[in-house]
Write a protein that binds this ligand. Structure first.
Ligand code: SF4
Length: 764
């Protein structure tokens, strides 16, 4: 992706017109139709004209800009559609071709055709036909969900198969199931010969368990409620509310319970896949919500799920998703993190003691007590050990783990295999067996990993003590590329898409984390944690990368400002110079600022300081629910909102309430982050650039996601301000900047403040 050094041949904008002393800013008019006087500017290289055509760019070439259309389906009030899948009625009608279907679909959602969307739909169709995997970067406004759903639906209907669409966030899952798919199903029915069907499928824990509601299984032991009368009564109230809801709900889906209930209350009324009795044994199996969702998914053309379930389906020998021959991974930039979490394990004193209490209901007291003591032993050792990554375990830790493994094994043996028992005993046995088996498996995994020298391990082990929680022992795979290559790409055609996939202008960095080979022969392989696995045999999955750009005209709509004159960020909070800079920027913008900070500490410090200095309101994450804060921010243009990670990816505020995005520092992972540091070292040990491959990739993804908050609709204009000067001065700065959309660049505080003031005045 290219960041233009200057913007030739632009028109001097009305609201953004600089005075004679300023470096020329881009056209940031609030009305794209305004016709300001025209001015031609030479770029440093002497070329005069930028060329932003509408054609799609294959792999690594810069994004394209073109006419911006209304985003697909915006504002639809389509009805809830979970459960729309009906028995797989197949059609004998020859379905219309892709371009006809796409036109029908676009017209139905009130949009107009876009080149990037068409290019993406054709590429997805080609991937289906050729079996070659596809990675496609599609910027905001492309209408990418339509671009993959239309060919996926056509394929499912014509090949009598199911396509799985996986998302990272609930927000996108809802958009697909509540808005995009119902509209598409209606619009495409005639052209396909029948109405396509779709369903949503989540992990079993997300559905109400009727067996528990009917009182056939014991309650979860809850330590908080055991000693605290207030906690006990609030838990009781929540569980009672779920019971009332159980008789009304048609899906049993936790996300439909409004307001929601706490995690500990939900645990009382749900089970994991391993805790479930099995529909054949369960007395209410025929009415089970999770089973209904599975059955419905099995009959649907499109099944929407999340990355966690996709990962479990890949990891587990028992499939949890219905038979399918194609997967679309949307929000694919999050895939590696989600799969890493799903493939990880954790041991904590509390979880072990809970499992022991469950075992106490089904096995001899002495055996359950042994597990409880082993949990206390591990808890003590973890409390005595410094949090962080573990190379060699201490003698005490190794002994505590061996004791735990044996105590868990004794419980598992005592619980025994499935028997001819009554439902209550069977439920109690299952509820005890599932967590105890997991404890045993995790203890064995850890002990096995400790047997190997650290540099040869495929697992990273660390003690975590985040947010003042009691310490726990965690394990996660060093890389998930091998798993994905074998269990995802090796099984079915996969399309990966996101607004951010080409980091530093290339797909290869993320591709190597997914276990895919480099795209082009000429390009040296990007060495990652997964590169230790062989990648050059004939069985390598082949794939294509495609960047369809964005209909947004980035260089004319946004400025990337790097505060090069500021000092490097330090460890002791935000320096005064940062707070001064922030104050001036927010003042010039008249509020309208989303502050994305690398820590909550920095976000709070900035909020407190700026409230004293500014006349406009500042909200800080944590002061209310995030959705409420974003709502208040969107409603009042003078208001600014400061926060950390969840705001980097989750804010969608089009219009004049958001014209400035400030980031305090390049969001590298913490140097003591156990997984990131282990991955970095593994790559460096093999001669690769561990810092860029791991820390650089992490930062590039977050920077691009954060910058993506600025332009959300065609008329949006504004500034991305990075206070960290290393984006300009450090060697890796070029890689990071090339991962961002091609905004117009400046390092001049005067230019950027002038631009913000003009935007503020224009907004009124
Ligand atoms: S089948 Fe499993 S999840 Fe469904 S009601 Fe029975 S125990 Fe609960």
């Amino acid at each position: 992706m290219n960041v233009p050094a200057s913007v030739p041949n632009w028109s001097v904008p009305d609201v953004f017109e600089p005075d004679g002393t300023e470096e020329l800013p881009p056209e940031l008019t609030s009305n794209a139709d305004s016709s300001p006087a025209s001015l031609t500017v030479e770029s440093p290289g002497g070329s005069k004209q930028r060329d932003l055509g509408n054609g799609a760019a294959v792999s690594g070439s810069g994004p394209t800009a073109g006419g911006v259309e209304r985003r697909v389906g915006k504002g639809s009030g389509a009805a809830k559609s979970t459960g729309t899948a009906t028995a797989g009625n197949r059609t004998d009608v020859e379905p219309a071709d892709l371009s006809t279907l796409l036109s029908v679909a676009v017209e139905a959602v009130g949009g107009s055709e876009r080149d990037g969307q068409t290019a993406m739909a054709e590429a997805v169709d080609n991937a289906i036909a050729s079996g070659e995997h596809l990675a496609v970067q599609a910027g905001t406004g492309t209408g990418k969900s339509l671009a993959y759903l239309v060919p996926a639906i056509r394929h499912a209907v014509t090949a009598h198969t199911t396509v799985v669409v996986s998302t990272a966030t609930i927000a996108l899952q809802r958009q697909l199931v509540d808005r995009d798919l119902p509209r598409l199903a209606d619009a495409l029915a005639d052209s396909l010969g029948r109405r396509p069907t779709f369903a949503i499928l989540k992990g079993r824990r997300n559905y109400l368990c009727l067996n528990r509601i009917h009182g056939n299984a014991p309650d979860e032991p809850d330590e908080g409620a055991l000693f605290d009368a207030f906690a006990a009564s609030s838990l009781e109230r929540e569980v009672r509310r779920v019971h009332d809801w159980a008789s009304d709900t048609e899906t049993g889906d936790r996300d439909e319970l409004v307001p929601g209930v706490s995690e500990r209350a939900w645990r009382q009324v749900s089970v994991t896949g391993n805790e479930c009795l099995g529909a054949h044994r369960c007395p209410v199996g025929s009415d089970c919500f999770a089973e209904q969702a599975r059955n419905e998914a099995g009959r649907a053309d499109i099944v929407v799920t999340n990355h966690a379930l996709l990962a479990i389906d890949a990891l587990d020998d028992r499939p949890v998703l219905p038979e399918h021959d194609m997967v679309v991974v949307d929000e694919a930039h999050d895939l590696v993190d989600r799969v890493t979490t799903a493939a990880g394990g954790e041991l904590s004193g509390n979880a072990i003691k809970q499992a022991a209490r469950k075992c106490g209901r089904a096995v001899e007291e002495e055996i359950a007590d042994r597990l409880n003591e082993a949990g206390e032993g591990l808890e003590f050792v973890l409390g005595e050990t410094e949090p962080g990554r573990l190379g060699e375990p201490s003698r005490q830790l190794a002994a505590a783990l061996s004791g735990l493994r044996d105590a868990a094994a004794a419980c598992v043996n005592a619980l025994g295999p499935e028997q001819r028992e009554d439902v209550e005993s069977g439920s109690a046995r299952k509820l005890a067996l599932a967590p105890t088996q997991e404890i045993q498996d995790t203890a064995i995994r850890l002990l096995d990993a400790f047997e190997e020298p650290e540099q040869d391990r495929r697992d990273v082990i660390w003690i975590s003590a985040e947010n003042n929680r009691p310490p726990s022992l965690k394990v996660a795979p060093l890389g998930v590329g091998g798993l994905l290559r074998e269990r995802l790409f090796g099984q079915r055609t996969t399309v990966l898409t996101s607004a951010t996939l080409a980091l530093g202008g290339s797909f290869d960095t993320l591709a190597s984390q997914w276990g895919l080979p480099p795209q082009r022969e000429a390009r040296p392989a990007t060495d990652t944690a997964t590169a230790q696995e062989p990648t050059s045999d004939e069985s390598e999955p082949s794939w294509v990368g495609l960047d369809v750009g964005s209909p947004f005209d980035y260089p004319r709509s946004g400025i990337l400002y790097v505060a090069r004159h500021l000092p490097k960020p330090g460890r002791d909070g935000l320096p005064d110079a940062y707070l001064d800079e922030l104050t001036e920027l927010v003042t010039a913008a008249g509020g309208r600022t989303l502050g994305l900070f690398s820590s909550m500490r920095a976000a709070r410090q900035a909020s407190e300081q700026l409230r004293e200095r500014l006349s406009t309101p500042v909200l800080c994450q944590g002061e209310d629910s995030t959705s409420q804060l974003v709502d208040s921010f969107a409603k009042d243009p003078a208001t600014s909102l400061f926060g950390t990670l969840s705001l980097w990816q989750g804010v969608d505020v089009p219009g004049q309430s958001l014209q400035l995005v400030v980031m305090d520092r390049i969001p590298f992972p913490r140097p003591d982050d156990p997984l990131a540091s282990a991955r970095q070292q593994a790559i460096s040990a093999r001669g690769g650039n561990g810092f860029i491959t791991v820390a650089g990739t992490h930062a590039a993804l977050l920077l691009a996601q954060g910058a993506g908050r600025l332009l959300r609709s065609a008329g949006d204009r504004g500034v991305i301000a990075i206070l960290d000067p290393r984006l300009s001065t450090a060697r890796y700065g070029g890689f990071l900047r090339a991962s961002l959309p091609p905004f117009w660049n400046t390092e001049s505080p005067d230019v950027v403040r002038g631009a913000l003031r003009r935007l503020d005045e224009a907004a009124g």
